[in-house]
Design a protein around this ligand. Structure first.
Ligand code: ZN
Ligand code: ZN
Length: 345
């Protein structure tokens, strides 16, 4: 089969390798759609994650069809259209049994610590099968939409942790695909107004085109505009959806009394120490939180949300290419071109 394997910094090779063997407790997926994420771009720029020296098939935003099921597998049939959540745990610790397998100390992830979706076929390990990482799809959801349930459920995790309430004024810093998902979730949750800012004028224009009800705030006049639009009360919630340290620092300036701040975008290694006036947190009575990845419950909920038509993601797909073009398409994503780019197989 064809697979894109990461060997090191800016070294992805599309190779012909054997179709993975599965044991009696595993499932083989024929991949149909696999999106490129900021994490994949980080691997491309910084090399293999962890201490591994084995080439890795990256790709963790995946949907496909069940190709083969192990002899002891119940509940999955060949030919079923499925979405595959990437994170799974040991299955027995307190975090796993409380529905937080993505936080398990032994957690693994398809496309990160084991081979993922940038290939024609993907083996789903026994632990992931047993934990329910493979989700059958409703007819109303496409492979691409299903693959986007992965990033959407990361956003949904942030929403559940920090809360968005009817009447809230919400500022999203960063108009990339993740920022746009935060905006849509905020409107769905009943926010009175959602604002977005970004250094890129192109991204702001695209945000306005896709979500006409969002208020676009230009970076140069951000301070005045936020005061003007909120009558001086500032934001109920600020979400940072960009991996820039000054953005995390500025979040405290834009949040009002009794407000909340969600640190969503991670910062590059070595650049994650930011200046923080803790008096702002204390005297403004702020809640500050962060989230990472998603639980399986949140993943499945987002599949349902997309299938129901209540939350649109299909218009975030701005590029589609075959596996052979993965190098050029990752370079485009790294350069901030477009929103979501998918490898179709
Ligand atoms: Zn991702
Ligand atoms: Zn565990």
């Amino acid at each position: 089969m064809k697979a894109a394997r990461l060997y090191g910094i800016e070294d992805i090779r599309v190779e012909d390798i054997p179709i993975p063997e599965i044991n009696e407790d595993e499932v083989l997926i024929k991949v149909k759609a696999s999106f490129i994420c900021g994490t994949d771009v980080r691997f491309y720029k910084n090399g293999l994650p962890g201490n591994s020296d084995q080439p890795l098939v990256a790709g963790h935003e995946i949907a496909g069809v069940v190709e083969k099921v192990g002899a002891r597998i119940k509940g999955y049939a060949v030919g079923t259209r499925v979405g595959v959540a990437p994170n799974y745990g040991c299955g027995v610790c307190d975090l796993c049994t409380s529905g937080n397998s993505h936080m398990c100390l032994e957690s693994e992830a398809l496309g990160v610590s084991v081979d993922g979706g940038f290939a024609e076929y993907m083996r789903v390990p026994a632990a992931a099968v047993a934990q329910g990482n493979i989700s059958p799809l409703e007819d109303s959801i496409s492979f691409e939409e299903a693959a986007l349930a992965e990033p959407l459920s990361c956003v949904y995790n942030a929403y559940e942790k920090i809360g968005i309430y009817p009447g809230d004024h919400v500022l999203v810093i960063g108009a990339g695909p993740i920022g746009l998902m935060h905006i849509r979730v905020a409107f769905l949750a009943g926010a009175a107004a959602v604002y977005v800012t970004d250094l890129s004028e192109d991204r702001l224009a695209l945000a306005k085109k896709l979500i006409p009800e969002v208020t676009v705030l230009k970076n140069e006049t951000l301070d005045e505009d936020i005061k003007k639009y909120t009558g001086g009360r500032l934001m109920n919630l600020v979400i940072t959806a960009a991996s820039v340290s000054v953005i995390q620092e500025s979040a405290f300036k834009y949040v009002g009394l009794d407000g909340r701040v969600m640190f969503f975008g991670g910062l590059p290694k070595g650049k994650s120490i930011v200046k923080l006036d803790t008096n702002e947190i204390h005297y403004k009575q702020l809640t500050v939180a962060g989230t990472t990845r998603q639980s399986l419950r949140q993943y499945r909920l987002c599949l349902k949300l997309i299938a129901s038509g209540r939350l649109k993601v299909s218009d975030l797909v701005t590029a589609s290419a075959p596996l052979d073009d993965i190098n050029s398409i990752i370079a485009n994503v790294a350069a901030g071109k477009g929103l979501k780019s998918v490898i179709t197989i």
